[in-house]
Write a protein that binds this ligand. Structure first.
Ligand SMILES: [Zn+2]
Length: 54
């Protein structure tokens, strides 16, 4: 089951990512790492989660 979340970067950009992302996700505006895979689950390492959805 894919679950998605919207992550807001410190630069103000918001983008969607999967909670099961298996690759590192970077902000498409400033390039800061937002999400890293850990143990099969995506961990937010930069910015904040503003919404979660199924
Ligand atoms: Zn950014």
């Amino acid at each position: 089951m894919a679950k998605f979340m919207r992550v807001k970067c410190e630069c103000g950009n918001e983008q969607m990512t999967s909670e099961t992302a298996s690759t590192r996700v970077k902000c498409r505006v400033c390039g800061k790492p937002l999400v890293e895979p850990k143990g099969g689950k995506a961990v937010v390492v930069g910015g904040t989660i503003v919404a979660e959805m199924d």
